[in-house]
Design a protein around this ligand. Structure first.
Ligand SMILES: Cc1cc2nc3c(=O)[nH]c(=O)nc-3n(C[C@H](O)[C@H](O)[C@H](O)COP(=O)(O)OP(=O)(O)OC[C@H]3O[C@@H](n4cnc5c(N)ncnc54)[C@H](O)[C@@H]3O)c2cc1C
Length: 383
């Protein structure tokens, strides 16, 4: 049987980052197993590529700041441009209650070091984004250093020189008498592993179950409507989010992307089909809020959906699984996995190699927090 020091299940951006950082810390024998025939076919390739540090908990702000620092050095370190474009994120508050939540979140952000985030009045919104109809807005939160990244480029950078096996679906995790995982089984081979990282995104719960470990991560469909190519809005426009219904809008590669979260389909939580009714509704929303999109059609063929990897408190699970000594978790980012992947990869590599995260206190992300009754609670529901 082949023996490997660290096996990472899932070659999305999170697994790739863990592998990269392990190699940086001197672990040479790292194997990534990916069930698809190519990398990037999970959630990573479906992300729209937003990056923000405006969050409602200290840990998420700090993860973003660490990631940002690393993205600014990414080209030098990996030879690949991660596409970091700091065009800002604008959250438009639709009610006094939401405005108060954004203010509370901003106090947390500032205390964690995000000093450039600021509140702006309803009348100032037009200076940041003159293209949106702000009728009914109570005010807004804006951070100019937030913006955009290129998920598949970050994946490509972190997979440089990596040992990846595609078409290798992990179907078994065998534990020995000590409780440790001794080997993994794919369709065609058994591999003995020193330790295993579950970086299987929305499928992380399924993978952990193979070892009898409960990882509370569930899929949630997110749909993205794309317009036809157009120049109705400038590429420099910040990501703009309406808090009342979390409708987002941004420009990417000459098209306008429209995101509006709706509940997942309870009949088929794994569905990634785009619902035509949803597409018509999101297009109507866009036209009502962004008058310039009035004549611009959506393009069903270029619209898509994918899966968020939801944890119960919408924060990542990072660290050793409580029930299994050599199973490590890097999953559950709940829709922020690309932007946080640089930080999560570094931190998990430190935990595996040094026994603890050295760059950041990540106690808030410990996988055991749910059974201990200490989930993370954010200051703003929309962040
Ligand atoms: C529509 C949409 C928009 C998004 N927008 C953003 C955004 O703007 N910014 C942001 O940061 N995040 C965004 N996200 C979330 C982001 O895509 C995820 O958080 C991130 O990609 C998670 O990365 P991952 O590596 O954990 O998961 P994945 O990329 O899904 O990788 C996990 C891999 O594990 C593989 N796998 C599963 N089971 C097995 C098995 N048994 N054996 C072997 N391999 C297995 C899968 O095939 C998959 O490739 C968005 C997601 C969606 C769906």
């Amino acid at each position: 049987m082949r023996q490997v020091e660290v096996v990472i299940v899932g070659a999305g951006v999170v697994g790739a980052s863990v592998g990269w950082h392990l190699r940086q810390l001197g672990v040479r024998d790292v194997l990534l197993l990916e069930r698809e025939s190519a990398v990037g076919l999970g959630s990573t390739g479906r992300a729209t590529g937003g990056f923000r540090a405006q969050f409602g908990t200290e840990i998420n702000v700090r993860l973003s700041l660490l990631s940002r620092e690393k993205l600014l050095r990414f080209s030098d370190e990996t030879g690949v441009d991660p596409g970091l474009a700091q065009r800002g994120y604008l959250f438009i508050a639709g009610s006094r209650e939401h405005l108060a939540q954004l203010e509370a979140a901003q106090r947390i952000q500032r205390a964690a070091g995000l000093t450039e985030a600021r509140m702006i009045s309803a009348s100032e919104i037009a200076q940041i984004n003159p293209h949106v109809d702000v009728g009914g807005a109570c005010g807004s939160a804006f951070c100019p250093s937030d913006g955009f990244i290129r998920p598949l480029e970050i994946l490509r950078g972190y997979l440089r020189d990596a040992n990846v096996r595609t078409g290798a679906r992990v179907v078994g995790l065998r534990r020995g008498r000590s409780g440790r995982i001794e080997s993994l089984r794919t369709q065609d081979e058994e591999i003995s592993a020193g330790c295993v990282v579950d970086a299987a995104g929305a499928w992380a719960g399924e993978v952990a179950r193979l070892a009898g470990v409960d990882v509370p991560v569930a899929p949630l469909r997110r749909q993205v409507g794309s317009t036809v190519p157009c120049d109705a809005l400038p590429a420099e426009m910040p990501m703009t989010v309406w808090t009342e219904d979390a409708f987002h809008i941004r420009v990417r590669d000459g098209r306008v992307l429209l995101v509006w979260p709706t509940p997942g389909d309870p009949r088929d939580p794994w569905s990634t089909a785009v619902d035509p009714e949803w597409l018509a509704q999101v297009a109507a929303k866009a036209k009502a809020r962004v008058p310039r999109l009035g004549p611009v059609a959506v393009d069903p063929a270029r619209s898509w959906a994918g899966l968020y990897e939801m944890s119960p408190d919408k924060h990542a699970l990072l660290g050793r699984a409580a029930e299994c000594e050599n199973l490590f978790l890097a999953n559950g980012s709940s829709g922020h996995g690309v932007m946080h992947a640089p930080a999560l990869g570094q931190l998990l590599a430190e935990i595996i190699v040094h026994g603890e995260a050295r760059s950041l206190d990540v106690r808030a992300l410990r996988p055991s927090r749910f059974v201990e009754g200490e989930p993370n609670v954010g200051a703003a529901e929309m962040l």
